[in-house]
Design a binder for this molecule. Sequence first.
Ligand code: ASC
Length: 150
Amino acid sequence: MKKIIFSLIAISTAVISFSAAAQFAKPEDAVKYRKSAFTVMATHFGRMGAMAQGKVPFDAKSAADNAEIVVNMAKLPWAAFGEGTDVGDTKAKPEVWKQSAKFKEAAEKLQAESVKLVAAAKTGKEDAFKTAFAATAGACKSCHDDFKAK
Ligand code: ASC
């Protein structure tokens, strides 16, 4: 009996990790997923942008809360740029797949800058926040220039 239970656990673990590796049932699902992550990221990045540009007063708690969401969202889109997901309603350029090492670097740059942005926001110092915000925005922009169609 024990043997059977262990076998079942082993099988279900294998099934779960296999479906995690497959990630998305259809390419369209991957496109929708990555765009959703970018949408949430841009929403919270934009709220910080308003503070960075002085359109709304700097609020350290709000900056830190928004930065936390950005740093978490920044982990997500990349797994949804698998082979065969260059289809449908996407502005991803073919370079995403042709220059995948460079794309990976750009993704990692964003993640590194957003980690620094969280830390800067948490200091409560407006100048530190603005500097880190500008660096993160630069990471967004340079990746868009290379990998996102207009
Ligand atoms: C944003 C947003 C982006 C980036 C980018 C930074 O607020 O939606 O895509 O900033 O414009 O250059």
